[in-house]
Design a protein around this ligand. Structure first.
Ligand code: A4P
Ligand code: MG
Length: 185
């Protein structure tokens, strides 16, 4: 079993629903256990045009190799209608492998840790929310990079569920899991 972190982003279509459905989709894989999902964040596009993004990070445990995890990410992106008309084009769903255990991979089609991870508030802030003491292989503590991205606009979304008891129990994501079951093939 390997602990991995995925970055989820979307700025086309119903981004909030897509991100929630993607977490359900990941949780439905028998090779994956979703351990935690960060809050959703509304973020300014970085090096890209289009509308604001919604971003979050998922922490999971998996029996998949990193290559199989990448293939699964591509399959789920396609399932949610991802198209690639040009680099950094607006997208219905982007799924990036941020970290895969403590592995460092530098190949033409796969770089882990994700090469731009430490330059982007939309990745760092949810990562540190999930794991305040997270260490990024070969780079050190994730929170040490936060000051450098402080100018990038990022706003935590309020949970649509206003019940403090349900929220404390994680009710928001459970509710989403029930209403969207079966959508992921
Ligand atoms: N690839 C290499 N390493 C990885 C990895 N660790 N995880 C390859 C996933 N894929 C990886 O990806 C292009 C190729 O990268 C894949 O075929 C894979 O083999 P892609 O999904 O087609 O394109 P991408 O995600 O746009 O590329 P990239 O380079 O990862 O872009 P970035 O740097 O992630 O930027 N602003 C906000 N606010 N929120 C965003 O989510 N996203 C981007 C995309 C730009 N600005 C943004 C956001
Ligand atoms: Mg990507």
């Amino acid at each position: 079993m390997t602990v991995a972190y995925l970055g989820l982003g979307a700025n086309l279509g119903d981004a909030r629903q897509t991100l929630k459905d993607t977490v359900v989709c990941l949780a439905q894989q028998h090779t994956i256990t979703v351990l935690a999902r960060s809050s959703l964040y509304r973020t300014a596009p970085i090096d890209a045009g289009g509308d604001d993004y919604l971003n979050c990070v998922v922490k999971l445990e998996t029996t998949l190799t990193v290559r199989h995890l990448l293939a699964l990410c591509h399959k789920i992106e396609l399932h949610f209608g991802r198209e690639r008309p040009f680099r950094n084009a607006p997208r219905t769903l982007d799924l990036d492998i941020l970290l895969y255990g403590d592995q460092v991979i530098d190949e033409s089609d796969l770089s882990v840790p994700h090469p731009r991870l430490t330059e982007r508030a939309f990745v760092l802030v949810p990562l540190v929310e999930l794991d305040p003491d997270l260490i990024i292989p070969q780079r050190g503590r994730a929170d040490a990079f936060l000051a450098a991205v402080a100018e990038q606009r990022i706003e935590k979304m309020k949970s649509p569920c206003q019940c403090p008891v349900l929220n404390a129990l994680g009710g928001g994501s459970n509710e989403s899991a029930q209403t969207t079951k079966g959508r992921c093939s």
